[in-house]
Design a protein around this ligand. Structure first.
Ligand code: AMP
Ligand code: GLY
Length: 424
């Protein structure tokens, strides 16, 4: 079958690459794709949000199955619109995607279905938000833009002054545009974070490996949040009892969405905090694969991705629980970002070292462009250097060995040398 992947990031490169390995996938197209996807698939040049053009392209080229990567396209109703063309589509409907696109909606959903979460309050005016922070103490809360903000919409203020300034900037639209006009203020939790990925058909789900990512730009988890600078699996602290609690949270969420009349099909990505008492709580839900978690996830998945994604779109996913094979290896990725990221990014800088194959390392492209046989930067997060290993140290040493002057590099390249420090 022919498949089209919507999006242009490292996540989409990894999804299309893994699909291309399926014996039932004849060809992979991208709308629009990036420099890396151009090397094994066909970039159509169609924009992520041009659902009409994507639908027509699929019908004209006998593409049967569309995989929607980015949250923005899902929130805009990609699935609803493409299904009208008679296509099979992987991802949640616009109504179900609200679990990511509104934090206020999700806080209410979790309350109604008794799913553990931090204490939350929603605000639409600056004065009452500031008062609430004063009552709680700035160091005990986090500020979250209600809407989508490219994974950057969360602020952990150190002082009341910082909180006040952030509230003003969020609500005026200066920081996150419309996404910040409503703010959710959440109790600040302490403990370990776990990213949970469940592929659901609206009824049941298959759980993929647990991951952690590093959102801040600088080593030691300092500096502003990015879309994600690196990710890894496994997490040694997720023992059986915790696994059972997490599965219950996901199961209750899938059941709740179904009861609400908005069944969740696609990848449900839970951002969970495990408190010092060992209780998992949902700090956020996303309605898609994580980026960059998806990249090492595709390396860790030993079985075919196509049947899993198809079953999510069509039903009967419980059958896939037995045939989905996850490797016991560790897997990790390190993100190479361009100068200025996350505030800005540099485009058009030549990337060196991509002409070689590096044994045991898979390079997924994010913000890159292929022109005249050369790769150039084309965004903030540029490349995801990804590997499997006997353990996390092994995977990371393979990755770090190929980054630098004698391997993959470009002017202004930023990356973190401490990916995985929280579990190593
Ligand atoms: P999110 O975009 O909601 O995943 O938040 C980004 C990051 O902010 C998370 O990965 C956490 O490190 C941090 N964060 C978000 N919510 C909380 C919370 N309630 N308590 C502590 N840290 C949080
Ligand atoms: N890795 C963070 C995200 O995909 O939102």
């Amino acid at each position: 079958m022919k498949v089209l992947v919507i999006g242009s990031g490292g996540r989409e490169h990894a999804l299309g690459w893994k699909l291309s390995l399926s014996e039932n996938v004849e060809k992979v197209y991208y709308a629009p794709g990036n420099g890396g996807t151009a090397t094994f698939a066909e970039n159509t040049g169609i924009d992520t949000y041009d659902f009409n053009a994507i639908g027509k392209f699929c019908v004209d080229n006998n593409v049967e199955f569309v995989v929607v990567g980015p949250d923005g396209a899902l929130a805009e109703g990609a699935v609803d619109q493409l299904e009208k063309f008679g296509l099979k589509v992987f991802g949640p409907t616009q109504a179900a995607a609200k679990i990511e696109s509104s934090k206020a909606f999700t806080a209410d959903f979790l309350t109604r279905f008794n799913i553990p979460q931090p204490v939350n309050k929603t605000f639409t005016d600056t004065e009452s938000a500031k008062e609430y922070v004063e009552e709680q103490g700035a160091e005990n809360i986090v500020l979250k833009a209600d809407g989508l903000a490219l994974g950057k919409g969360v602020i952990l203020p150190a002082t009341q002054t910082e909180a006040n300034q952030a509230i003003d900037q969020m609500m005026s639209g200066e920081l996150f545009g419309d996404a910040g006009s409503t703010i959710v203020i959440q109790e600040r939790l302490r403990g370990q974070e776990v990213s949970v990925f469940a592929i659901s058909d609206g009824e049941d789900f298959v759980l993929l490996p647990y991951f952690q990512d590093h959102k801040p730009i600088f080593e030691g988890d300092k500096g502003p949040n990015t879309g994600g600078m690196g990710a890894y699996t496994p997490l040694p602290f997720v023992y059986d009892e915790l696994d059972t609690k997490i599965r219950k949270i996901i199961g209750d969420t899938i059941t709740g969405m179904k009861q609400d009349g908005t069944p969740f099909r696609g990848c449900l990505y839970g951002g969970l905090f495990v408190t010092e008492e060992g209780e998992p709580k949902v700090i956020e839900y996303n309605c898609r694969f994580g980026d960059p978690e998806c990249q090492p996830m595709m390396l860790a998945l030993d079985s075919d991705l196509l049947p899993l994604l198809l079953a999510s779109a069509q039903g009967n996913i419980s059958k896939l629980a037995e045939t989905t094979k996850i490797s016991n290896d560790a897997a990790a990725t390190v993100c190479l970002a361009s100068a200025g990221y996350p505030e800005s990014s540099q485009k058009g800088i030549e990337i060196h070292g991509l002409e070689k194959d590096y044994e045991g390392v898979t390079v997924f492209h994010a913000g890159t462009k292929l022109e005249g046989g050369k790769f150039y930067t084309n965004g903030g997060r540029v490349l995801n250097i990804t590997a499997r290993g006997n353990d996390l140290k092994d995977a990371l040493s393979k990755i770090y060995a190929v980054i630098g002057e004698n391997g993959i590099h470009f002017d202004g390249m930023q990356y973190r040398r401490d990916i995985g420090f929280r579990v190593l």
